[in-house]
Design a protein around this ligand. Structure first.
Ligand SMILES: N[C@@H](CC=O)C(=O)O
Length: 343
């Protein structure tokens, strides 16, 4: 078994990690960390459990430790991080310096030249950037990131469309409240409402997509030159980010060819990877968050409503933002790290 630790285990994404790890066939939880205030408490007291399955018995009485390399057992092979990015910025590098491999959902360093930003089905080869990172930083460990939830929802379809010459993308998002965390938006703000702004989100979609779709040339990632412009909205759904995408392509594929390309999107032979990666719908009113967010155990991307418009090919895409878009994304990167011998 691969021994794993979760940094920031009491938060919303941390709880998803616990849920996903509790019946994982090859990963076992060896340590859970939280802030100094919670350290020393059993997990069931430190975390206000809010996931829709019961708290796993195996972790309920585990004592939470502080988020420092010294507090984590030396024989931990892999660390998952769901720390707030301000904390991650300070502590993730300490873990990497201490020799740990960190698969992180936090947004710090996603754009750094020597940090792999990875979706296993899209750019698994970018993991080899770890060699460059180790040379640059002198680490025995490594830092690997997954993208933001709204980026990860859209990029699998864009990677597929790249075969038709992806030139420009416009996207408008309808993002669930869980993306903002438990104290993110209050009920008074979001009920009967849409908030047409999510701080920093548009920039994340615009930059992370280009890095993910880029080519790793052995020493650096040459970012894709597609132009992406995003408009991000918070809506009153619980989980599942729905996105309306317009993609301008240099070729002129038919709608049927686009559906066929989505259906054939590359998959990975990893425990948490869905097959197919993209579930398609012919119906113009799908995918929908409530109906389609759990496709592929919450790890698939859904796409539908493909049509030709004067502004390019238009379609809707959806993914579960805390599964495929957060904890599940880091977990999948951990499975790839393990399979490719980085642990
Ligand atoms: N930044 C995202 C997080 C993903 O769920 C958001 O605010 O929705």
């Amino acid at each position: 078994m691969t021994r794993v630790a979760v940094l920031g285990a009491t938060g919303a994404v941390g709880q998803r990690f616990i849920q996903l790890l509790s019946d994982h066939p090859t990963f076992e939880i060896a340590a859970l960390t939280a802030s100094a205030d919670s350290a020393g408490s059993p997990y069931r007291e430190a975390a206000k459990w809010r996931v829709d399955t019961p708290i796993p018995e195996a972790v309920a009485d585990v004592e939470v430790v502080e988020t420092t390399p010294e507090a984590v057992p030396d024989d931990v092979d892999l660390i998952f991080s769901s720390l707030p990015s301000s904390v991650a910025e300070r502590v993730e590098s300490d873990f990497c310096e201490a020799g740990y491999v960190v698969s992180s959902n936090s947004s710090n360093e996603r754009g750094a030249d020597d940090v792999p930003l990875v979706i296993p089905e899209i750019n698994p080869d970018h993991l080899d950037l770890i060699e460059v990172q180790r040379d640059n930083r002198g680490w025995d460990g490594a830092l690997v990131k997954n993208p933001n939830c709204s980026t990860i929802t859209m990029v699998p379809t864009l990677a597929t469309l790249d075969a038709f010459g992806l030139e420009r993308v416009h996207v408008s998002t309808l993002q669930a409240v869980s993306g903002a965390g438990y104290s993110g938006v209050t009920s008074m703000e979001i009920l009967d409402n849409v908030i047409p702004y999510i701080g920093g989100e548009e920039e994340k979609m615009e930059t992370e997509s280009r890095k993910l779709l880029g080519e790793f040339d052995g020493s650096q990632v040459q970012w894709h030159d597609v132009e992406v412009s995003a408009s991000c909205n918070r809506v009153a759904t619980l989980d599942g980010h729905l996105e309306n995408v317009w993609a301008e392509l240099s070729d002129d594929p038919t709608v049927a060819e686009i559906y066929a390309a989505f259906d054939d999107a590359a998959t990975q032979d990893l425990h948490s990877a869905p097959d197919p990666l993209i579930e398609t719908f012919d119906e113009p009113d799908r995918p929908q968050p409530r109906l389609d967010r759990f496709l592929g155990n919450g790890m698939a991307v859904a796409a539908g409503g493909v049509q030709e418009t004067p502004a390019g090919v238009q379609y809707n895409t959806l993914a579960h933002n805390t599964l495929r878009g957060a904890a599940g994304a880091s977990l999948l990167n951990g499975e790839l790290l393990d399979r490719n011998g980085w642990l």
